[in-house]
Design a protein around this ligand. Sequence first.
Ligand code: AMP
Length: 287
Amino acid sequence: MQEITRVEQLKQVLDEVRCSGRSIGFVPTMGYLHQGHLALVGAAREESDLVVLSIYVNPAQFGADEDLDRYPRDQARDLRMAEAASVDIVFAPTDEEMYPGGLKNQCVWVDPGTLAESLCGASRPGHFRGVATVVAKLFSMVAPQRAYFGQKDAQQAIIVSRMVRDLGMPIEVRTLPTVREPDGLALSSRNVYLCDEERGQAAGLKASLDRALAAFRDGERDARSLKGTVLAHLLETAPVAGVDYVDVVDLETLTPIDGQIEGDALLALAVYFGQTRLIDNVVLRTV
Ligand code: AMP
């Protein structure tokens, strides 16, 4: 496994890979790897000749009062895990490599438009503009055939897929299912922030979504009622959690649905345990 920090070197190495006709699978991450990340690596490994994993905590997607400085980092452990998962190249650039001259020098941004207006985009203004921009940069640096994202961050996966479509990027975006702890909690680098009480209650997120999913499968199509089911169950199972949002949105446009659900939809939530913000979602398929 090769560890690369410079864009120039990455391009050289990957040019050779492309010249030899080998395909590249790409897994972008912010590091502090867990089995969710490794599931993406596993899929990339199966479908591509060479697997590139990036580790970059992107300052452009954190708000001023968010956890950029305390975001968990452990590069040595990440490198060990990546190597064990048969990653070929870890690309771990510095801020200067990604934003030469600093963020203030970044003039052109990728704007996800209305896709960033609901769910996490509403609570974290500018977040998805930062995500789309850094993913576009990474895509042009790595130029993979395929890139892998997790359903846990559903809005991100939808925005990246749409960016690729709207900007004509020659990349296949794959979205893989959320990997969970045995009690249902979605794996997340941020789970390490939780104290024992919070960790115990965090299982309530998926349990609440599942309650609503069961009601949906039984024929409930009223979005408000499904949200009410989630909120009521959260109150019971995760009383220390502060709800940021529970919402139903159209699966393609991410437009909020308040009345009847007619097409495929996404039921998503974000809650705070103290300072720690966790997200989760389930897809509501109408057919
Ligand atoms: P992050 O390092 O949190 O930015 O995540 C990097 C990639 O891993 C994103 O595409 C995430 O959606 C994906 N990911 C994070 N957690 C999980 C999970 N529990 N299951 C599947 N994919 C995940």
